[in-house]
Design a protein. Sequence first.
Length: 282
Amino acid sequence: MDVYDLHDAAKAVIAYLRSVDREAARRAEKSYDCFDRYETTHAYGQSTLRGTSCAKQAEAALAEVRRVSRPSDAAGAERHFAAVRSAASVRAAEEYFRTAYAGSLAWNVRDQRMAETVEEIAGHVEALSGRPGKVVMWSHNTHSGDARATFAANRGELNLGQLMRQRHGEDAFLLGFFSHGGTVLAASEWDQPGRVYDMRPALSGSYSALFRSVGSPAFSLLLRGKPDVQRSLRGPMLERAIGVVYQPHSERMSHYFEASLADQFDAAVYFDTSKAVTPLGR
């Protein structure tokens, strides 16, 4: 769903096309050759400042997959859909890194592409089942909560949760996760290997510290349709966000922002002590 796996996504597209149309595979492979001269996607983004671009090539490869007829059997349709989304991911990555180095709101490009993927998955499920598609989407709080209830709105940023609410109203249900301490898998900087960190205890004046004061090691809290609860949690208060990078030495500046939790989410889940995720395949 994200934009950080351009080369593996391209390989998946080529592998699929080779199984259904070898000529189309050769054309797509030639298009993706445009990216091979760059060691990283960041190197590609920097190169666009000098006027280079692989945007047309990414679009051309996506068009090759879309020209393949969607198989009628469920397994074939699933493979076709995965290939289309992989090609769309390459296009999204190209757009994201080009936008990031141009100084524009690359975050918005990223979340708009995430929203596109969610909508496409729902449509795919409906096409297979004949019933409206329902999607459970897992992402960081800064993506799944409504950006309009956070500092991000002041910077002109939108996010996936906001887009889902705007498009689907109460059919979208936004759930946030919070913890006071524990461990987290993160890196010291972008493009550095991840490791497990011990999180600092949540700062006083934060939602996590407030939840800690309840005295329960874990609980869920429904916000939607609960006006008394919403009034108590409208804030603004501090909210912690640890994503790809964790910098405990500058945690207040690097990982906290003000938010109105009652407007950001429809419900919250709290764990006093969380545990770092284990990446798939390990």
